[in-house]
Design a protein around this ligand. Structure first.
Ligand code: HEM
Ligand code: HEM
Length: 220
């Protein structure tokens, strides 16, 4: 992560900032929606454990003298899981649109706002032997890896949305989608911890720069 200071001068608002508006909009929208996706999975498989609801309902009903086997109750518990999956699917479609938006942003960014320019600046710091530059380069690579992971989630997710038309690749997509989730979790945990650590150690202002854009890119 490059050393960034928050930018507050109102006289030079037109000068492009370190993080473009498009990147910031994408970042916070995408973060919220990816965290939401993880919450849907947390609720389905851990908090509610939807698959175990039918036998538990059946047992409680039996205690009250109502005899309804778990198989009969599955239809009811499926209503709960379908509601959560509907949210997962629509939020997934929103994440897919945001990824397309991120591609447009990358073409519209100018000068040192561009990812390649940020990487080149880090390489220059590394060549000067600046402390922390090598770490910053690896952080940049982790972002690249995340974009690939996100693309895999989006492609496999869309295959699952249109599974009726893509039957032959449905199962493999489901497996890839499920396992790639662990890479998403690993990135999110490492990223949030890393950003908080940077904020309180060598890069104060890194989070506000993702909110207000930070110093004009040319000065950063
Ligand atoms: C409270 C949570 C979060 C905070 C405070 C935060 C903060 C930041 C900051 C400060 C940066 C810029 C770092 C730099 O300049 O090198 C950044 C970049 C990034 N963040 Fe986050 N982030 C959060 C959550 C997330 C989540 C959940 C995701 C993914 C799902 C994510 C994905 C990314 C990506 C991909 C970049 C690189 C953007 C680019 O330059 O292309 N962030 N984040
Ligand atoms: C990026 C964060 C995401 C995470 C962590 C995530 C996680 C998961 C997991 C664990 C499953 C269950 C897979 C299985 O049953 O084996 C699933 C299913 C699914 N996901 Fe995602 N997903 C994400 C994004 C997306 C996106 C971007 C889409 C695209 C629209 C999507 C669409 C779907 C669909 C359609 C299903 C199947 C739902 C059903 O069985 O009715 N997901 N997801």
């Amino acid at each position: 992560m490059a050393a960034i200071q928050p930018f507050s001068s109102s006289s030079t608002v037109a000068v492009s900032r370190h993080n473009s508006l498009g990147l910031r909009i994408w970042h916070w929208s995408n973060s919220g929606l990816v965290l939401f996706q993880l919450m849907t999975i947390l609720f389905l498989f851990i908090v509610l454990k939807v698959k175990t609801l039918a036998p538990e309902f059946s047992q409680v009903l039996a205690e009250k003298g109502v005899n309804l086997p778990a198989t009969e109750l599955r239809g009811l518990t499926r209503i709960v899981s379908h509601r959560i999956w509907d949210w997962h699917i629509w939020v997934g479609i929103a994440i897919s649109c945001l990824l397309a938006f991120r591609v447009i942003v990358s073409f519209r960014q100018r000068g040192s706002q561009r990812t390649a320019a940020k990487l080149a600046a880090i390489r220059a710091r590394e060549a000067r032997g600046e402390a922390g530059a090598t770490k910053a380069r690896w952080v940049r690579y982790s972002y690249r890896a995340f974009y690939i992971i996100l693309a895999v989630m989006v492609i496999t997710g869309l295959v699952l949305v249109f599974e009726d038309y893509l039957e032959p690749i449905k199962e493999v997509s489901e497996t890839i989608h499920e396992y790639t989730m662990y890479a998403v979790i690993a990135f999110v945990v490492a990223h949030i911890l890393g950003v908080f650590r940077s904020e309180v150690t060598d890069e104060p202002g890194v989070v506000s720069a993702m909110i207000n854009g930070g110093k004009p890119a040319e000065e950063a």
